[in-house]
Design a protein around this ligand. Structure first.
Ligand code: SF4
Length: 669
């Protein structure tokens, strides 16, 4: 099974057991005051799970290059023992680990570093518009190159098997390569070859200082920034780096400032592997045999196998999938259920952009391996979980994993709760994979799942023997209090998701949160003769294709206060709202709802003007209420009770909270 993925490979002197590289992820745990224990445990679990090579989160080669308060600065000696602990922990599991050498350049702030940001030229970033970088002097450039080299030597001394130079995503090395951020006229700027001189000099300096150490270079296949380096220029850089002695090229795509989504759920899996394929071709044309790693939007090892079979890469980098399931490699090999990354970004990328520790929505243990250790309890108890949505599924899984006996009661005929709606949204089919995983995993663990079994006063004896009960019955849609809300063409969002064909051509959605955005995607996604990947690339001007197919419906989202999609994650909201605009959905905020009539929805718009938005169907998506009707009944039983997920409160409810409360319940009952 998957012969190419499981074929051993090599990067420099490093022998790797398979072709899966865990890509670099900043965890916001790196500078915890724990001697490196949390990060070591995180990496160790992924090494145990079969990752061929683990690349650490970026570690700054000097203080000025730090990307935030939670970044390790390699020149800080106080961190060295913790770093060595990371490497030791991976080696103890038989794994290999590369230290990523990082310099943020202009993508940082003096607020974090206490020093002005540096860059090739004085060009401010979209993230820090008020703090343009100081253009580096020739001396600062030489010093920074030397810092990379020193950091590589240090990495070898601390026990790391390799280093990776962060040269993509718009950080310093990438900034030197781009005409957008490098307007220098000295020997470090000018044409592509001169702009790329910095990247080549960094690699050469590392090779000179640590000749035996394998060096990976994370390069940009395409910056996805108008006016930046061309794809041909990036391929030429790959050739130069290979000639400079780099041992592997890890091909990423897109800057953090790009307006083209690269890792969101609406990006089809494998969307970017043509860039690594292009790098391979460029190397082959020069008879260079440096291994190429492809990256971004691989969620399953079968997709990795396909990329390898197609000759698009020699290794495949997967980052978030190893957050979602640290053992994805060994589980795929043995056929065990795999918890698939759903590309929601809620608990990983969105947190890494701030200072909250990174975790994973569908695997809330991620990053907390020491807090939620998997030691089995001495005395097994009997627990009943009522409700099979995200919170209930995770509670049942975690309780059983700890060794308890668990029975899960779900009123409907299928697990999944709100994920059963989300999986219908274009790009979100993997939310269904989460349901599949928990269905299989609960069965594998021996949880007794009783579907179509609502708990009521009449069958309360079903939970009578339990030592504890977890109530996770979720939410119900909030009712709209408006004249006309009871008309037959007004429906709740749940019905709109499940029966979109029952809606008319002109649809008005009242309420503009994440559910409304998802629903508008579902209703407005027109058919296309193109496959999903080509369609996505064509929509963003990256492939030839016919003009976009008009949306089959006229859609309007109305919101009283706040932005459309408020509450969605920082890295996903903009991409989702952009997609709605592209499909022609009207987005009206600051409106007052007046009434619903058979003609449509009457509002006062943000200018105070009365308007009628014509509608054949009106969908209410104004939030949810906790479903707690069982509480009094359960309280009378006297059995210890935990209320989690939506039933514990709908305010601020999202999948992150639901899964996390499920996990916590198992450890606190
Ligand atoms: Fe994937 Fe979401 Fe988990 Fe991040 S939080 S690893 S995107 S499932």
């Amino acid at each position: 099974m998957l012969p190419r993925v499981f074929q051993p490979g090599a990067i420099g002197r490093m022998r790797l057991p398979n072709r899966i590289v865990m890509g670099s992820m900043h965890l916001n745990l790196e500078t915890c005051d724990d001697g490196g224990a949390a990060v070591a445990a995180f990496y160790a679990e992924r090494a145990r799970g079969g990752a061929g090579l683990i690349v650490t989160g970026g570690c700054a080669v000097n203080r000025q290059g730090s990307g935030g308060r939670g970044y390790v600065v390699l020149s800080d000696r106080a961190r060295h023992d913790a770093l060595a602990r990371w490497a030791d922990a991976v080696h103890a599991e038989g794994g290999r680990i590369a230290l990523q050498l990082f310099h943020a350049g202009r993508l940082t702030s003096s607020r974090y570093t206490g020093l002005p940001p540096l860059g090739p030229s004085t060009v401010a970033s979209r993230m820090f518009p008020d703090e343009p970088p100081v253009a580096m002097t020739a001396g600062q450039i030489e010093d920074t190159i030397a810092d990379f080299a020193r950091a590589a030597v240090l990495a070898g001394e601390l026990g790391f098997d390799a280093v990776e130079v962060m040269g993509s995503e718009g950080y310093l090395v990438n900034q030197f390569g781009s005409p957008l951020t490098n307007t220098r006229t000295d020997e470090w700027g000018g044409d592509a070859r001169r702009r790329n001189r910095f990247a080549v000099a960094v690699v050469s300096a590392i090779r000179d200082s640590a000749p035996a150490l394998p060096v990976l270079f994370r390069m940009s296949g395409d910056d996805l920034m108008p006016g930046s380096s061309t794809v041909d220029e990036q391929r030429a850089l790959a050739v130069e780096l290979a000639l400079a002695g780099v041992h592997a090229l890890n091909v990423g795509v897109g800057w953090h400032e790009s307006r083209i989504p690269t890792v969101q759920s609406l990006v089809p899996p494998g969307a970017w592997s043509h860039y690594s394929a292009g790098v391979k071709l460029a190397l082959a044309a020069e008879r260079l045999t440096v291994p190429v790693i492809t990256a971004n939007r691989f969620t399953r090892l079968a997709q990795a196998e396909q990329a390898l079979a197609d000759g698009q890469a020699d290794f495949v980098s997967m980052a978030r999938p190893l957050l979602a399931d640290p053992a994805i490699v060994t589980k795929t090999r043995t056929g065990a259920p795999v918890n698939i990354c759903i590309a929601c970004n809620e608990a990983c990328i969105d947190r890494s952009l701030g200072e909250e520790p990174v975790s994973c929505v569908v695997n809330p243990r991620a990053g907390r391996e020491l807090v939620f250790s998997q030691v089995r309890v001495r005395k097994a108890r009997q627990y009943a979980v009522i409700g099979g949505g995200p919170a209930g599924m995770e509670a049942a899984r975690a309780l059983r994993s700890l060794g308890h006996r668990v029975e899960l009661f779900e009123a409907s005929g299928e697990l999944g709760g709100q994920f059963r709606l989300a999986r219908l949204v274009p790009g979100k089919a993997d939310f269904g994979a989460t349901i599949g995983y928990f269905t299989d995993e609960l069965a594998r663990l021996g949880v007794r799942v009783r579907l179509a079994t609502p708990i009521t006063a009449d069958n309360l004896e079903l939970i009578g023997q339990a030592d504890g009960v977890v109530l996770a019955t979720g939410v119900t849609p909030r009712e709209l209090d408006l004249p006309g809300a009871d008309l037959p063409h007004v429906v709740h969002y749940q019905r709109a998701f499940l029966e979109p064909e029952s809606l008319g051509r002109r649809v008005v959605i009242i309420g503009g949160g994440g559910i409304a955005v998802d629903l508008a995607h579902l209703l407005g996604h027109g058919p296309s003769p193109l496959d999903a990947r080509t369609r996505f690339l064509a929509e963003h001007g990256l492939a030839e294709g016919p003009p976009p197919v008009p949306s089959p419906r006229s859609l309007t989202i109305l919101r009283r206060r706040g932005r459309i999609g408020a509450g969605m994650g920082r890295s996903t909201r903009w991409a989702a709202v952009d997609a709605l605009r592209r499909q022609g959905t009207a987005l009206l905020t600051g409106v007052q709802y007046e009434a619903i009539t058979p003609d449509g929805v009457h509002i006062t718009d943000e200018t105070g003007t009365p308007r009628t938005i014509p509608a054949d169907s009106v969908v209410v998506a104004i939030g949810q209420e906790p479903r707690t009707d069982l509480l009094p009944l359960l309280a009378r039983t006297g059995v210890p009770l935990q209320v989690i997920g939506g039933s514990s409160g709908a305010t601020g409810l999202n999948a992150t909270r639901a899964f996390e409360e499920g996990l916590r319940a198992a450890y606190t009952l």
